[in-house]
Ligand binder design. Sequence first.
Ligand code: DLL
Length: 432
Amino acid sequence: MIWDRENECRPRADLRRLQNERLRETLARVYETMPFYRERFDAAGLKPRDVCSQAELARLPLLTKNDLRDHFPYGLFAVPLKEVVRVHASSGTTGKPTVVGYTRQDLETWAEVMARLVTAAGVTAEDVAQVSFGYGFFTGAFGLHYALERVGATVLPVSGGNTERQVETMLNFGSTALICTPSYALRIAEVMGEMGIDRSLLRLRWGLFGAEPWSENMRREIEARLGIFATDNYGMSEIIGPGVSGECQERSGLHINEDHFLVEVLDPDTGQPVPEGEPGELVFTSLTKEAFPVVRYRTRDISKVTLEPCPCGRTTARMARVFGRTDDMLIIRGVNVFPSQIEEVLLAVEGAEPHYQIVVERSGALDDIEVQLEVSERTFSDGARKMFTLRELVEHRLEVALGIGVRVKLMEPGAIERSQGKAQRVVDKRKL
Ligand code: DLL
């Protein structure tokens, strides 16, 4: 099913024209109303009318999270606060959170773009959708909530946490779609096991997961444990929240809502565009947002984008699942490693559990990592010899996949902390 055929299946030449038109409008508006952007245009010797397409857009500087923090809380709102009907904020593990606002029209846009993705993932008015993201400043729950209502699904606003209650709700209310982070889905499956509830008792069919990086092997694991069809969806508070892109049933990339968000893929070091299909950092410009427009926002997320047509019929560009964030990238003896690459290896190992953490330390001038991986009850009780063989195997596979030797520590079942939202995969002891 396609929610909005006109906008999701538009011929690419028409889409380009629409994007350029909206880009011009956005730039003219930020120039007129926001001193921050006007200064940037002036410094680049540009007027909004000089920017007629993406090529000229590249002459404007990139917008960073620090720029947003410097204007905390409302400094980059483009409309008076009385026109803002909702505020969200991203947690901001370091320093101030970033604050974003929505006009009534922005909320309308958000529900609409997210409704496309919810539909692409398989959810319809027949479904009972359990939203297990935390309701609050985080955009995940509200973003999915209004879109699910819009497609007519029956929404259960359970919010995050209290995992036993999540399982009871699935059981008692007949949830057919689960909405949360992939790591929390796994935790829910685990607690279901502890409660002695078999998945055949559930009506669950769909899993709509996002908000953190995950691997294809993680998808298989969750699908097997919960008996569902799982899709990935992506977004971030600064751009709108969830709703930027999501997978269709083909699951070969996440369709970007390009009529609202213009994407560039840049080399994170040089800021230059990479060729189509090559990995780079995603940079977005909002094309329709009123309260919080962003021009060339650096996401720090690494992915690649293809314009190849998708068999589903949508013509929008597709991005590969996000490999990770540039700030999560580990440089181990000169080799770039993303936690998701490590995850891909760990989750393919028999006898290991899908719970792990990567501890980064500094030994001398070099960074050193230790991968801590939980083993199954069975492996654990099989004794030292079995554990030794398993450790050797995991170390070997990691070396083959990453091209560097990595120390592995096997942990007893339950030793790694579980997440109810975004999992913390990397423990960086260098900063402690
Ligand atoms: O996580 C928005 C969201 C909520 C997306 C629910 C999908 C579902 P923030 O809290 O601002 O917003 O965090 C944004 O999370 O820059 C990525 O690094 C990461 N992220 C989000 N979705 C994915 C995904 C929400 N599907 C940051 N895969 C982004 C990988 C993701 N990383």
